[in-house]
Design a protein around this ligand. Sequence first.
Ligand code: FES
Length: 246
Amino acid sequence: MAPLTTRAGSLLRACPRQRIPALCSAVTSAQRRTKADIVQRTGGEYERTPQFDSPFRDEDSTPTTKIPSFAKYMSKKPESSNKVFQYFMVGSMGLLTAAGAKATVQDFLVNMSASADVLAQAKVEIDLKAIPEGKNVIIKWRGKPVFIRHRTEDEIKEAEDTKWESLRDPQPDSDRVKKPEWLIMLGVCTHLGCVPIGESGDFGGWFCPCHGSHYDISGRARKGPAPLNLEVPAYSFPEDETVVIG
Ligand code: FES
């Protein structure tokens, strides 16, 4: 049984080897035939010839594709008048599209911009004539209290004479005011944000009762845990007796 199996195996292995040359010669002859069918040499030129005739092509049969006539839809007017109408339609549609796009962008920008109440809070105008000398006024600006102090001559002198270089947040009084008689600053303690009390404390300015911070008459931190002076907001004097904060 074993010799029979071995012989069968060797026969199987030899079979492809013997068939390959025969297969190669068959392919080569087929290629030659195909080339001869496709290409014919004619006076040095090569010309393609059809490889086969389609069995579905019937020269005598009527065409199955019928193209409808659009003649009744064609305009009877001259070509120039048709062009005028086309230009008019294209121009009109372009204008309408541009107007629609402009309206859309405009609506979007209006929606994104600040509302009237927000704009109203952005700036606050105060009439300074109503604040007598030596008095404080507290106003609300952007949700925060703002102190406005009409300082007296003595308070101004005291603020200017203070040795500011040795303070924890050194700042001369001239850097904190635009007009010496008007001290304007945020009423928010720089320690943890309480609202200090005016005309109190050890330095005649403001005192924060939350943790005991003292500010002088220029709003500078002098004692207690407050690390910085009271913040001065942006403001301007459009007129002598008017201040605009913001
Ligand atoms: S919040 Fe003013 S001292 Fe702490």
